[in-house]
Design a protein around this ligand. Structure first.
Ligand code: IMP
Ligand code: MG
Length: 178
């Protein structure tokens, strides 16, 4: 079993790169079918979604745009409840089909906050695409439209997700060893 040490914690292999890629392809097929003719604008949330967004877009074959925003929401291994504003959206999303691209939906707090800030800009609709979803951690009344992989409540790193800034570069996803 592959293991990595990041800062003061040990992690073990959880989802291999091939599995991640297959699930991203499946998600892209669903998006291509559902959003054909809608010219969606993908809004990827940095930093965590950078790898997912890159690999997803290689398989999106409908006319679409992608842009990136930043929101700081996570310190250490537990969600903080005070979120900062969405930064860096320069595009006009009025009457557009928006697809928020996230690394992970955990409590749903971040997504809820993003949706409420985008709704003010009067898009036609807002869809949520996430690499990972922890259904058992969800406390907010939201449901991601496109999920690549559902996972249990363990803390994970890799493929864009970090532990205190480190581990985003890993090709596979690792879970914390308790
Ligand atoms: P939420 O607001 O509780 O849904 O948390 C969403 C954010 O928390 C994500 O965008 C991640 O940045 C971070 N996060 C949640 N779970 C994990 C994890 O297991 N590993 C690393 N980051 C996580
Ligand atoms: Mg994030």
């Amino acid at each position: 079993m592959k293991k990595v040490r990041i800062l003061d914690k040990d992690f073990e292999l959880f989802i291999e790169a091939d599995t991640i890629q297959e699930s991203i392809k499946r998600l892209a097929v669903n998006i291509n079918n559902d959003l054909k003719g809608k010219n969606p604008i993908f809004i990827a949330v940095l930093n965590g979604s950078f790898m997912f967004a890159g690999d997803l877009m290689k398989h999106v074959n409908i006319p679409s745009e992608i842009t990136f925003v930043r929101i700081a929401s996570y310190k250490g291994i537990s969600s903080t409840l005070d979120l900062k504003e969405v930064l860096g959206l320069n595009e006009d999303i009025k009457d557009r089909t928006v697809v928020i691209v996230e690394d992970i939906v955990d409590t749903g707090h971040t997504i809820e906050k993003l949706i409420s800030q985008f709704e003010v800009l009067e898009p036609k609709e807002i869809k949520i695409a996430t690499l990972l979803f922890k259904p058992k951690a969800l406390i907010k009344d939201i449901k991601p439209d496109y999920v690549a992989l559902e996972i249990p409540n363990d803390f994970i790193v890799g493929f864009g997700l970090d532990y205190d800034g480190f581990g985003r570069n890993l090709q596979d996803i690792y879970k914390i060893k308790m």
